[in-house]
Design a protein around this ligand. Structure first.
Ligand code: PTT
Length: 612
């Protein structure tokens, strides 16, 4: 089998044992890699209803057949588990040298089970098919921030290793703790860092040896051509200057920049935190391994320290909190990176707390725009010091439920995952994208908003839903399974056909939109089955965006008065279910399951819900 390494490394932390297993070829063909491998493994192996923070949960690190190849932006790793934030399927796509080392060693997936008795970190190395896994004490590392931990591990193992690790937030089980790599890459928004912490696992360090075997040696030349094509795109020079941060100006113009906990779509001080401000302040740019489109723009924060910014970080820790100063935003961003917390969820949680404080629902004071207080509360969340930090560390859904019904009206999440940085008062298609994303409200599976703004943002049309499904198939079905960065395609316009040809050269297998659509339907439907199995029931309300966007119109700007229409939204949701072959409740139909080769889920689903 070309394209895949052919090995799965299974590590049991409780027994301090490991085993190397062969990759099942039908898994490779039907699920490709990354997210496909993760959901199939979780469905097959996780005891239904398992507590995500118990030793029963499985931490999955998976690459795909294009990861680490000499093609544009291939240094990515999918991290997944049952999410402690949402109770459903959770994953993230992080740039890390660990992905490169896994591929060199012929590993397609690492499955980490159980719980170490003491704080531990793993060191993995291979010689051909022989693997060594050391279970090392992490007593000296426990409590250290993610930057210091990385420095220490590199001093011990050399700077050429790959690694992922957690910060103090993961150790303390903050529900939106992430996995960190390279002092600024952060992945696994739905609390995958907390799952790692619950296993007493501080880091996974690896040195892999070997080559990735591909079906067609012409891949190398094709990869170089794809890199040249990427760099020749007209938008490439501007991208290199501002990366995702230019989205601040675009979002302001389009009235979708989350402001004051998604109450408004425009922020008066946007220019101070926009792409041009970043360009002026930039000290250096950082990237994932094997990247030709570095997106981490590093600026100095209020303390003169370096912090890496992207659009989401700026919007969620800037306009969403009423903070119009890049150095202050950068300071909050650095706290999140060092502590190992997701910036989107942190920004949403702090915004929620500011609104709750304003409404007198919190006894603690935390005011809009007060970055010092925001930083204090962020540290409190990471270290779980006070009642407030412990409340907010559960995420906005759980925190709002504890504060009561009034608070749930402005808790900005879907299925428990805080919404990424696009206000949807006037963007029903993007609201649907957030609400049907397989991990909760994240933009990675469908960034419909720019298309929607151009095509008629107030329409509730079937065309929008069809476009959404097409985007989900490409972004979720292709990039989350071949496991490379989607930026060459989405940001500068590298044609999707390049990926199909590279896939064929790597694996010998054909790939086109039709194959992709079937594979993604299979993966999406299995993920949906997983949510239903874990929740024990399903309801359209889980696929519906927060109340604020329906009930509280924008109060200023060119779109003053705009809000979502509930009936229009529900009409679009029904079309979405129809296109996916799910029933009116959002539950996959039996014939859909059979058609996609998912017959094996029927008995477990039938024990929880009636299937149509
Ligand atoms: C991603 C999410 C994003 S999406 C951003 S900014 W973005 C935030 N970045 C964070 C950060 O930084 N520090 C921090 N403590 N928390 C953060 N949380 C947020 O995490 C990321 C890039 C980006 S930057 C994006 S869009 C693209 N995402 C991809 C994806 O999802 N799939 C894919 N195949 N390719 C992608 N390429 C791009 O990668 P999550 P990363 Mg990320 C400082 O991990 O869980 O998916 O959350 O991993 O290595 O940082 O790459 O404007």
């Amino acid at each position: 089998m070309f394209g895949w390494g052919g090995h799965v490394l299974r590590i049991d932390l409780s027994k301090r044992k490991f085993v190397v297993q062969s990759l099942n070829s039908s898994l490779a063909q039907n699920y490709i890699g990354g997210r496909g491998f993760a959901i199939k493994t979780l469905w097959d192996e996780l005891p239904p209803g398992a507590d995500p923070l118990s030793p029963l949960n499985k931490l999955i690190l998976a690459v795909g057949p294009l990861t680490a190849l000499p093609i544009p932006n291939s240094g990515k790793l999918l991290v997944a588990a049952k999410s402690p934030l949402t109770g459903g399927y959770g994953d993230g796509n992080i740039g890390s040298w660990l992905a490169i080392h896994m591929r060199r060693a012929g590993l397609d997936m690492i499955i980490i089970e159980g719980k170490a008795e003491e704080p531990t970190y793993l060191y993995i190395e291979n010689k051909g098919d022989e693997f060594r896994v050391d279970f090392n004490s992490a007593e000296d590392l426990w409590g250290l921030d993610s930057f210091t931990t990385e420095d220490r591990l590199k001093r011990i193992h050399g700077s050429d290793v790959g690694m992922v690790l957690i910060g103090p937030a993961g150790e303390r089980l903050v529900r939106f703790a992430t996995i960190v790599a390279q002092k600024g890459r952060s992945g696994g928004r739905p609390g995958i860092g907390a799952v790692m912490g619950s296993k007493n696992l501080k880091a996974v360090v690896m040195r892999g040896h070997g080559d990735v075997k591909v079906a067609d040696p012409a891949l190398r030349k094709m990869g170089v051509d794809a890199i040249v094509a990427t760099k020749s795109k007209p938008n490439y020079p501007f991208w290199m200057r501002q990366g995702t941060t230019s989205t601040v100006e675009w979002a302001q113009e389009a009235s979708v920049l989350p402001t004051y906990n998604y109450t408004e779509g425009q922020f008066d001080e946007y220019e101070k935190i926009g792409g041009f401000a970043v360009e002026r302040s930039k000290v250096v740019t950082r990237s994932c391994p094997q990247c030709v489109m570095a997106c981490g723009h590093v600026v100095k924060d209020t303390e003169g320290e370096l912090a890496e910014l992207d659009y989401e970080n700026i919007a969620m820790l800037g306009s969403n909190l009423g903070i119009g100063d890049l150095t202050k935003v950068a300071y909050l961003n650095r706290i999140a990176d060092m502590m190992g917390m997701d910036t989107i969820s942190l920004g949403s949680t702090l915004g929620f707390a500011m609104e709750a404080s304003e409404k007198g629902l919190l006894k603690d004071k935390i005011e809009w725009g007060d970055y010092k207080r925001a930083a204090e509360v962020a540290m409190d969340i990471a270290l779980q010091r006070t009642e407030l930090g412990r409340l907010l560390g559960k995420g906005v859904k759980a925190a709002s439920m504890e504060l009561g019904p009034e608070a749930t009206e402005f808790a900005m999440h879907v299925k428990g995952l805080e919404i990424s940085a696009y206000d949807c008062h006037a963007a029903p298609g993007m609201a649907l994208a957030f609400s049907t994303s397989p991990i909760g409200a994240h933009h990675k599976d469908a960034w419909l908003i720019s298309w929607e703004v151009q095509r008629g943002r107030f329409d509730y049309t079937r065309e929008k839903v069809e476009k959404l499904v097409e985007m989900q198939n490409i972004r979720g079905g292709l990039f989350e399974t071949i496991v490379t960065c989607r930026f060459p395609w989405v940001e500068v316009g590298l044609e999707i056909d390049w990926y199909f040809r590279l896939f064929k050269a790597a694996t010998g297998m054909d790939m086109n939109m039709e194959v992709l659509s079937t594979i993604n339907n299979r993966i999406y439907t299995l993920i949906r089955a997983f949510w239903i199995r874990e929740y024990g029931h399903w309801d359209r309300a889980y696929d519906t965006p927060p109340a604020k966007w329906f009930k509280r119109p924008l109060s200023k700007g060119p779109l003053k008065g705009a809000k979502l229409d509930y009936d229009g939204y529900q009409k679009m949701l029904s079309w979405y279910y129809e296109l996916r072959g799910w029933d009116e409740r959002g539950i996959p139909r039996k014939d859909t399951l059979r058609h996609l080769g998912l017959d094996f889920v029927i008995p477990q689903l039938e024990s929880r819900v009636n299937l149509n």
